[in-house]
Design a protein around this ligand. Structure first.
Ligand code: GAL
Ligand code: ZN
Length: 696
C-alpha cells in the first residue's frame, strides 16, 4: 500500500527539474511592465504598422501575439508560415516593444480535426465537440499532442533564439470552458493508467474509494470509467470524483510541461515561458507547474455583472478576489504577472456593466501592490467580428481612438515611469508591516472536496476563505497564500480556513508551528476527513481536537429563510451556512457563543495557548464576515502585534519601496501617508476607484 502523500508536493517534485532563473527577465528597477494583446491575423496587414506605432505612442511596452493563430501558422498540414508574424515581431522591435509569443494549441485548424476527429473532446453527454470555437480538442489524445509537438517545434525553431522575443505563453486559459473533463477514450485510458500507478492493486482502490458502498466493487482497472454525473442514476462516488479531479489537473499540468520542454530546446532560459491561468478556475491547478515556468501568469476580468463587495462592487470588482489572486500566484514560485486584465466593458457576462471611471487604473495599481512583474491587457483593438463583439479594447471600433480603459492604461505607463525614477534598490520593507505578515494555507483539493459535497447550498468555499482574507487586509497585513509545500515558520500568524482534508503529519506541523510561537487560526470544516476523503473512525475532526482544545459536538446548517445568531462580546452576528457547537476543555477560552437555536449559550469559537503560541478555532461561517474580522483582530491583539484599521476594500500594501493604496469602496478613504512622506501618485484622500502611491 502506498502512503497517502500530499498531492501538490509530489507532483511538483516529479516535474521536470527546471531551476528558477535569476530575475534577469524581470529586473527589479523595471517594477511592472505594461503591455497589450494584438491579433495581426485579424486585421488588414496594411494597418499593422500604424497599430504597432500607436501601441508605442500610448506608452505600452510589450505586445502579445499568436495565441489563436494556428490556421495562419500552419495553413495546410506540414506547411508552416511565420512570415506574417515575423513582420509584426520586427515592427515591434523597431519601436522598442518587447514581444510575447504564444503557442496556438487552443485552436486547431479545420484540416486537422477533419482528418482526425478523434482529437475532438467528448463532453459529459458523450457528444464530440465541433470546429468553430476554441478549446475543442483534447490534449490527452496522442495524435493531438503529435500535431502540437510539430507546430511548437517549428515556432521554437523560428523564434526560440530570437532576442526580439521576450517570452512565451503556452496555449490559452487551459480548460474546456466548463465542459471539462473530457470523456474521450484517451482520457478514460489515461485515467485508468493513473489510477493503476497510484493504487497498484484494485484492492487498494476499492478500499480508498469505499466501493463496499452500493456494491461498487471493481475487479480490475479496465472496468473503471471517469465518473460522470450525466451517466449516474444516483449520487457520484466522491472519492472517485476527487481522484478524477486530481488526474485532470495533473494531466493539464503535464500538457503544459510537454509544450514547455519543446520550446526549452531552443530558448533555454533566455526567454521565459508561462501559461495564462484563469484566476478563479479550479479545475487546472497552477501550483503543479511551479517548477516549469519562470513566471506564473493569470487572467482577470473584475467587472462582468457580478455584485462583489459593497454597493459599487459591480463596477469596481472584488478587492478581495483581485488581491487574493496576486498573493496566491506570487507565492507559487515567487514571480507572477497578469496576462489579461480587463480594458473596459466585456461581452461574456450575463450582464456587462461599465467599470467605474478610474477602475481600470486602480486594478493596474492593485496588481502593482500585489507584486506583479507585468500586466498585459486583452486586447488592443475592439473586435468588429467574431464571438467577442462588444468587448472593449485599448482602442475602439475605429481602430485608433483610445477607449476610456485605453486612456487609463496609458496613464499608468506614465505613472510607472515616475515610479521607476524614484526606485531605490536598497529600500527595506517597513518593520511594522513585516511583523504582521500572515499566511493563508490553501489548496485546491480542499476546495474540490468541499464543493463536491457542500452539505448546504448556502455554503460558499471561496466566500469563506475571503472572509479571513478581507479581515487580514483590513488589519493591513501582507498576506501570503501558500500550499503545504512551503515552510510555515516564517509567518507570525497562519490561517487555514475550511481545511477539510488533513493527515497527521500536517496536524503535527501545525502543532510545532504553534509551540514555537506561531498563532494559528483554524476554521469550521477543518480536519474532518483524511486525504482520501474518508471521515475519521473516531470523534468528528479527530486529529485536530487536541490542538484546538475542544471537541466538536455537531454542526448545523439552516434552510432559507432561517438564520442563526452568534454573540461575541457585546455584538451579535448572523450565520446561515454552517455553525458548529463546541465543547471546550477547561483551559480553552470561549470567544463566541450561539445566541439562539436549541443550543443557545454553547460555544462557537474558542482559543487556547500552546507552547509559545496560540490556537484559535472559529466553528462558524458568518454572513457578513464581521464575526471573522473581530476574531482575527483578537488574535493579533492577544499576540501583541500592531495592526491597522482599514475599511473593507481599501487595500494598502508595500512593494519595492512604495506604499500603494487602492480604493475599491464606495466612499473616499484616507490613505495613511505620514507627514514628510513623498506622495508620488494621487492624494492622501483617495477617491472611489482612486489610487495613492507614496514613499517614506
Ligand atoms: C479570456 C480569454 C481571452 C478572451 C477574453 C475575453 O478569458 O483568455 O482569449 O476571450 O477572455 O474577455
Ligand atoms: Zn479526452
Amino acid at each position: 500500500m502506498k502512503p497517502a502523500i500530499a498531492f501538490g508536493i509530489v507532483a511538483a517534485a516529479a516535474s521536470a527539474a527546471f531551476s528558477q532563473t535569476s530575475p534577469a527577465h524581470f529586473p527589479a528597477p523595471d517594477l511592472m511592465r505594461v503591455g497589450v494583446y494584438y491579433y495581426p491575423e485579424a486585421w488588414p496587414s496594411n494597418q499593422w504598422a500604424r497599430d504597432i506605432a500607436n501601441i508605442k505612442k500610448l506608452g505600452l511596452e510589450f505586445v502579445h501575439m499568436g495565441e489563436f493563430a494556428w490556421a495562419f501558422m500552419e495553413p495546410e498540414e506540414g506547411r508552416f508560415d511565420f512570415d506574417w508574424l515575423e513582420r509584426c515581431v520586427q515592427l515591434c522591435a523597431e519601436h522598442g516593444l518587447k514581444v510575447i509569443l504564444c503557442t496556438p494549441s487552443p485552436t486547431p485548424p479545420i484540416w486537422l480535426t477533419q482528418k482526425h476527429p478523434e482529437v475532438l473532446m467528448v463532453d459529459a453527454k458523450g457528444r464530440r465537440m465541433q470546429h468553430g470555437a476554441r478549446q475543442h480538442a483534447c490534449w490527452s489524445v496522442p495524435t493531438y499532442r503529435d500535431y502540437v509537438r510539430k507546430t511548437v517545434n517549428e515556432l521554437g525553431r523560428r523564434f526560440g533564439n530570437d532576442t526580439r522575443v521576450w517570452g512565451w505563453q503556452l496555449d490559452n486559459e487551459l480548460s474546456h470552458y466548463g465542459k471539462e473533463p473530457c470523456y474521450c477514450d484517451s482520457c478514460q485510458a489515461k485515467f485508468r493508467a493513473w489510477l493503476k500507478s497510484k493504487y497498484g492493486t484494485i484492492e487498494n482502490l476499492n478500499r480508498d474509494w469505499g466501493t463496499a458502498f452500493w456494491s461498487q466493487r471493481y475487479q480490475s482497472f479496465d472496468q473503471i470509467r471517469l465518473p460522470n454525473r450525466e451517466e449516474l442514476a444516483a449520487q457520484i462516488n466522491e472519492h472517485a470524483l476527487l481522484d478524477a479531479q486530481r488526474w485532470f489537473a495533473e494531466e493539464a499540468a503535464d500538457y503544459l510541461r510537454f509544450q514547455a520542454s519543446i520550446l526549452r530546446q531552443y530558448c533555454g532560459n533566455r526567454q521565459w515561458i508561462t501559461h495564462n491561468f484563469m484566476h478563479a478556475f479550479d479545475r487546472v491547478y497552477p501550483v503543479l507547474n511551479a517548477a516549469d515556468f519562470e513566471i506564473m501568469t493569470w487572467t482577470i476580468y473584475p467587472v462582468h455583472g457580478q455584485l462583489n463587495e459593497g454597493p459599487l462592487g459591480f463596477r469596481l470588482g472584488s478587492a478581495a478576489a483581485f488581491s487574493f489572486a496576486c498573493d496566491f500566484f506570487r507565492n507559487i514560485n515567487g514571480v507572477h504577472g497578469i496576462m489579461e486584465l480587463q480594458p473596459g466593458q466585456v461581452n461574456w457576462g450575463e450582464v456587462n456593466p461599465q467599470p467605474y471611471p478610474g477602475a481600470v487604473r486602480m486594478w493596474l495599481w492593485r496588481a502593482f501592490g500585489g507584486g506583479a512583474k507585468f500586466v498585459c491587457t486583452y486586447r488592443y483593438r475592439q473586435p468588429l467580428f467574431g464571438a467577442e463583439q462588444f468587448h472593449y479594447g485599448i482602442v475602439g471600433t475605429d481602430g485608433v481612438t483610445p477607449s476610456t480603459g485605453g486612456e487609463q492604461f496609458a496613464q499608468v505607463t506614465r505613472e510607472m515611469r515616475l515610479l521607476r525614477q524614484n526606485f531605490n534598490p536598497d529600500a527595506k520593507e517597513p518593520a511594522a508591516y513585516a511583523a504582521r505578515r500572515t499566511a493563508i494555507l490553501y489548496n485546491f483539493e480542499n476546495r474540490w472536496d468541499i464543493d463536491n459535497h457542500k452539505q448546504t447550498v448556502r455554503w460558499d468555499t471561496m466566500g469563506h476563505i475571503f472572509k479571513y482574507y478581507r479581515a487580514l487586509k483590513r488589519l493591513g497585513c501582507p498576506v501570503e497564500v501558500i500550499t503545504e509545500a512551503k515552510p510555515l515558520d516564517k509567518y507570525p500568524v497562519l490561517v487555514a480556513p475550511a481545511y477539510q482534508l488533513v493527515d497527521e503529519n500536517l496536524v503535527q506541523r501545525w502543532r510545532d508551528y504553534v509551540e514555537k510561537g506561531g498563532h494559528l487560526v483554524l476554521t469550521c470544516r477543518t480536519g474532518i476527513k483524511d486525504r482520501r476523503g474518508h471521515l475519521w473512525e473516531g470523534p468528528w475532526a479527530m486529529p485536530i481536537l487536541e490542538l484546538i482544545g475542544a471537541k466538536i459536538k455537531f454542526y448545523d446548517t439552516l434552510p432559507a429563510p432561517h438564520s442563526g445568531k452568534i454573540k461575541a462580546g457585546d455584538a451579535t452576528y448572523t450565520w446561515v451556512s454552517w455553525a458548529e457547537v463546541l465543547d471546550p476543555a477547561i483551559s480553552t477560552a470561549v470567544l463566541a457563543e450561539h445566541a439562539d437555536q436549541y443550543y443557545a449559550g454553547q460555544p462557537a469559537a474558542v482559543t487556547r495557548k500552546l507552547g509559545k503560541g496560540t490556537v484559535t478555532y472559529v466553528g462558524v461561517d458568518s454572513v457578513e464576515g464581521e464575526l471573522e474580522a473581530r476574531l482575527v483582530r483578537g488574535v493579533f491583539e492577544r499576540a501583541g502585534i500592531a495592526v491597522e484599521d482599514f475599511p473593507d476594500g481599501f487595500i494598502v500594501d508595500w512593494r519595492d519601496g512604495f506604499w500603494v493604496a487602492t480604493n475599491f469602496t464606495d466612499k473616499p478613504q484616507r490613505a495613511p501617508v505620514p507627514p514628510g512622506a513623498k506622495l508620488l501618485i494621487g492624494t492622501a484622500e483617495v477617491p472611489i476607484a482612486g489610487v495613492a502611491v507614496w514613499m517614506e
